[in-house]
Design a binder for this molecule. Structure first.
Ligand SMILES: NC(=O)c1ccc[n+]([C@@H]2O[C@H](COP(=O)([O-])OP(=O)(O)OC[C@H]3O[C@@H](n4cnc5c(N)ncnc54)[C@H](O)[C@@H]3O)[C@@H](O)[C@H]2O)c1
Length: 351
């Protein structure tokens, strides 16, 4: 009997990469992808799986308990992995409400049904942002205190506490993974890397917050997927696992790395230092993140494989080869969000 994995939020960036990762590696599983297809969800990410008999898609919102209950009853999943969330810090500053609904109340629904249906393991996909901001030194371990600073990270920290409460109170076999910043194919262009590529292709200035010296710790999405796979297979119930690849870079370093890769791959693009424009800083902008992945490395034998220089190059290549995908996700809603968030008009002409 194949194992059934309910992946929530599987039409988004990491979820769709994870579904591909699982189905590429295992013949004896089936995947139920439950996603409400918000602005960030896109079935084109999974178009190649439409005819795969091991893959099912259900459009549903994790906040709709009766709808979710029907799915649990119909498919009787063995595992639940929750990627579904509002995921963009800037949007949480503009409108926190939906972050509380999807990222907290939605998780409560998943936990309750996982318990009712005696799920073998529930994994809550969390983020390093729950730990807040670091100074010039130090790293986040699983024992670092929770200190979220944005409505987004506060909602994720709340969900983490709720998830642990289900372990301690009800013995629900849960895990939490807290990963650093991901990059790779199918990432919505509100996030730094696809946003930079998009603006370079459009000949528009690349907006960089503040002084550009905020530090993020980057990991290729495939490495994140392999870490989740290890936790799914061998994670100890109730444990939290930090996931990171120890690639700290300032935002400006990342933007310049992308510009360099683009100059090599598309020498026709008019890219110079003037391509960057510094814009007023994000409110409460965390200065530095850095993940210590020692626990998952030592206890589950996981390690990241993709060197960041190679990963960025292949990612830039992917977006260049998938300009249609990029174009398809830029709609009126995105353009409105963009102009409100950056307080600069940007028509983003067609590529
Ligand atoms: N992107 C990162 O760098 C990163 C790093 C660490 C952790 N995470 C976490 O990983 C998860 C996935 O992130 P992502 O970057 O793929 O996000 P994403 O925004 O690309 O995708 C989120 C998906 O969830 C779906 N969704 C949102 N609300 C929903 C709801 N109420 N019901 C059903 N579906 C809903 C969307 O339609 C979308 O398909 C999130 O929980 C995020 O907090 C992301």
């Amino acid at each position: 009997m194949p194992r059934k994995v309910l992946v929530t939020g599987g039409a988004g960036f990491i979820g769709s990469n994870f579904i591909h990762y699982l189905l590429d590696r295992y013949d004896d599983i089936s995947v139920i992808n439950l996603d409400d297809l918000t602005y960030a969800g896109n079935l084109r990410n999974l178009a190649d799986l439409e005819k795969d008999p091991r893959y099912f898609f259900i459009r549903e919102n994790i906040c709709n308990f009766p709808g979710l209950q029907t799915v649990f009853k119909k498919f009787e999943p063995d595992y639940v992995i929750n990627f579904a969330a509002e995921s963009h810090v800037d949007r949480s500053i503009l409108d926190p409400d939906i972050f509380i609904r999807s990222n907290v109340l939605g998780v409560q629904n998943l936990l309750k049904l996982s318990l009712d249906c005696e799920i073998e393991r529930m994994i809550q996909i969390s983020t390093d942002e729950v730990y807040g901001s670091l100074g010039e030194s130090g790293v986040f371990t699983e024992k670092s205190p929770l200190d979220p600073r944005s409505p987004y990270s506060a909602s994720k920290a709340s969900a983490d506490l709720l998830t642990l409460a289900y372990y301690y109170t009800f013995n629900l076999p849960v895990n939490i993974t807290r990963c650093s910043n991901n990059y790779g194919p199918f990432q919505f262009p509100e996030k730094l890397i696809p946003l930079t590529i998009l603006h370079c292709l459009k000949g528009e200035k690349i907006p960089v917050y503040g002084d550009g010296l905020n530090i993020r710790d980057w990991i290729h999405v495939d490495d994140h997927c392999s870490a989740i796979d290890r936790v799914l297979t061998d994670g100890i119930p109730g444990e939290i696992y930090n996931v990171g690849a120890q690639n700290e870079m300032t935002n400006i370093e990342m933007v310049n790395t992308i510009i360099c890769a683009l100059k090599e791959l598309r020498p026709d693009l008019p890219l110079t230092e003037d391509s960057i424009v510094f814009v007023p800083d994000r409110k409460g902008h965390d200065r530095r993140y850095a993940i210590d992945p020692e626990k998952i490395q030592k206890t589950l034998g996981w390690k990241s494989r993709m060197p960041v220089s190679e990963g960025i190059k292949t990612t830039v290549e992917w977006y260049l080869n998938n300009v249609n995908w990029l174009e398809s996700v830029i709609n009126a809603e995105y353009l409105h969000y963009y102009s409100v968030n950056y307080r600069i008009g940007n028509p983003l002409p067609k590529l």
